[in-house]
Write a new protein. Sequence first.
Length: 377
Amino acid sequence: MNENKPAVRPADIVKEFLIYGVLLDISPMGNGHINDTFISAWNQGGTVVRYTHQRINHHVFIHPEEVMENICRVTSHIRAKLGAAGGPDIGRRVLEVVPCRTGKPWFRDKDGYYWRTYCYIEKSRTGETVTSAQEAELLGRSAGRFQKQLADLGGPRLFETIVNFHNMETRYVSFHKALEKDEFNRAKNAGPEIEFYLENEDRGGILIRSMRNRLIPERICHNDAKLSNILLDDETGAALCVIDLDTVMPGSSLFDLGDLIRTVTITAAEDEQDLAKVGFNPVLYRALLKGYLGEALEFLTSAELKLLCESGRNLAHIMGLRFLTDYLEGDHYYHTSRPGHNLDRTRTQMTFIRSMDKQWAQAEQITRDLTSEAAGR
Ligand code: GN1
Ligand code: MG
């Protein structure tokens, strides 16, 4: 968000959480588009222990308490499952929320901003691009596992932390409004992109129409299951756990698979400016899908299976549309660090879709090969 930052100091805020020891250091971290993230280090009896803190963007998440309630339910459920399975290294396989001194999982500062704290997961990293098929397969597996872990979450339906988040139809309503208004006189810089998203409008509605018509089931999903939200072990490269749980809520399994396809099988970063580097890689697609289906084939319906390939195209489509809308609206939603940043992001998504379209027959063949064992369901 491009706005004046509140005058509170992160170093004061983190002391409101139930963390022992002496604060050694706190600094900004990560490259999220929405929240502000910090990492702190504490001396706890001679050992340095680190924590992650986030200032929640309440313009995007208008009910931060509900976000945190969802996150606490989901992480407790996964932790209990990992414990019951006797899994090793549980502290690195699920996020752990640190409460604040009042016992709440969030702290509200004097400017009205909500903060939260997690134990930092050591010896881990996130990636922006994938180069090996082995890594793609592990990532696919971790997304399937995450969906499986949450399939039996009990209790009431999770809060919808952002309503209509992956609803292509309402995203198009916003796009058309932004285009009509063209408040910043930027439409002239984005002619081919605007044309592309107008041409693709009908096809883009396929997932949301399938959900509305109950052809595909509602499931708990992450809704931001992109590559950079999966934590990898520094040494082995294995996927440890899924992070950035703000949008875990009801949705479709295809939103998560699609987001992974969009970010794992692309050959460049989301904001790459040299479009010659951007494309769809079918080798990575095969590996990713193989890993995902290794976990998910047992619960996916035949209607979901038919849309696996489409989901990647669809999620690249909705992201490109959202980046373009934000560009037209003056970059008020996503963090940007250069002029035209959102337009660059729009272009990578569009180039990825075009590359996928060129290789569509092959991608569909890969999908059929890998799902054939489910034929006849
Ligand atoms: C945003 O904050 P970050 O980078 O995890 C966005 C996602 C987009 C993503 C694009 C709440 O996520 O929907 O996929 O950027 N999150 C929200 O990279 O809008
Ligand atoms: Mg996010």
